[in-house]
Design a binder for this molecule. Structure first.
Ligand code: ZN
Ligand code: MN
Length: 276
């Protein structure tokens, strides 16, 4: 019996060889996590790939804890909107039309479930993606003829929905601004300072009040309504300690909830992969 790095250690699906993948799928309890992000400006202090970096890193850690494997992420996402991402007009934001994201999601869900993957978990890291991921999943299940009696399933989630009230209180001692305007703010900046500090330049971070946007969307957008930084709330008070608190708590709760929902067992998964 030989356990190689590629068969037992890899958390990224793309690092498996085809025969290991085939054996894993036919074990009957293969779970794939598909991270979704965006290519989007996040102000002067964070990289354009922030959303995909965060969803992919969370997915990899959840994968190691649950025995799930991580598919290559969506690194482009649905259009940034002024009230949640600053707007699609800003330099550095390059986005997909809804049809494209729905089609990509539909194709991958059909592909993975069609090959016998038991569960697919779509782990979203870009606010505007959610309903289009949902639509892609729904159309794929219809294509596959999977109804509520099916054994295969898809879970869809955005990682910030797993931040607990206790963590929120610790990260936002002066009050929580809301997830929609958490763009380039304390959550993303702290997580990036914990996970990828070499990609963050706090010397370029700018302090400003949270964006004050109308309750309606106006199209075309009025560019001046987005704060000049491109962030909808300032990263004031961000640090790696808050990032670690957020990351560890979200990963723990996410791992626990999807394991309970899907009956995942990392030990069993290792056994299957180690069988020659
Ligand atoms: Zn973001
Ligand atoms: Mn985003």
């Amino acid at each position: 019996m030989t356990i190689t790095t590629t068969s037992s250690g890899a958390v990224r699906l793309a690092h498996l060889d085809a025969h290991t993948y085939r054996d894993w799928v036919t074990s009957g309890h293969a779970t794939v996590i598909l991270p979704a992000g965006a290519f989007e400006q996040h102000g002067p202090h964070l990289p354009l790939g922030t959303d995909a970096t965060l969803s992919t890193t969370i997915a990899e850690t959840v994968g190691r804890q649950t025995g799930a494997k991580v598919a290559e992420p969506f690194t482009y996402g649905y259009k940034s909107q002024q009230k949640s991402g600053g707007g699609n007009h800003l330099p550095g934001t390059v986005s997909l039309d809804a049809e494209a994201l729905v089609a990509m999601t539909r194709n991958l869900v059909t592909g993975f479930l069609g090959q016998g993957i038991q569960n697919l978990v779509i782990l979203n890291g870009h606010y505007e993606n959610y309903q289009f991921l949902y639509e892609g999943v729904d159309l794929a299940l219809r294509d596959l003829g999977l109804g509520s009696d099916a054994e295969q399933c898809v879970l869809l989630l955005s990682y910030w929905d797993f931040v607990s009230d206790t963590t929120l209180g610790a990260v936002y001692p002066d009050g929580f601004p809301g997830w929609d305007i958490e763009h380039g703010g304390v959550l993303e900046t702290s997580l990036m300072l914990h996970l990828r500090p070499e990609l963050v330049d706090m010397g370029r971070a700018v302090s400003h009040p949270p964006a004050d946007l109308p309750r309606f969307d106006r199209l075309p957008v009025v560019p001046g309504r987005t704060p000049a930084t491109g962030c909808l709330s300032a990263p004031d008070g961000s640090d790696a300690v808050k990032g670690q608190l957020l990351f560890d708590q979200v990963v723990a709760d996410l791992s626990q909830e999807i394991s309970a929902e899907l009956g995942l067992s990392p030990a069993r998964d290792k056994e299957v992969l180690a069988t020659p």
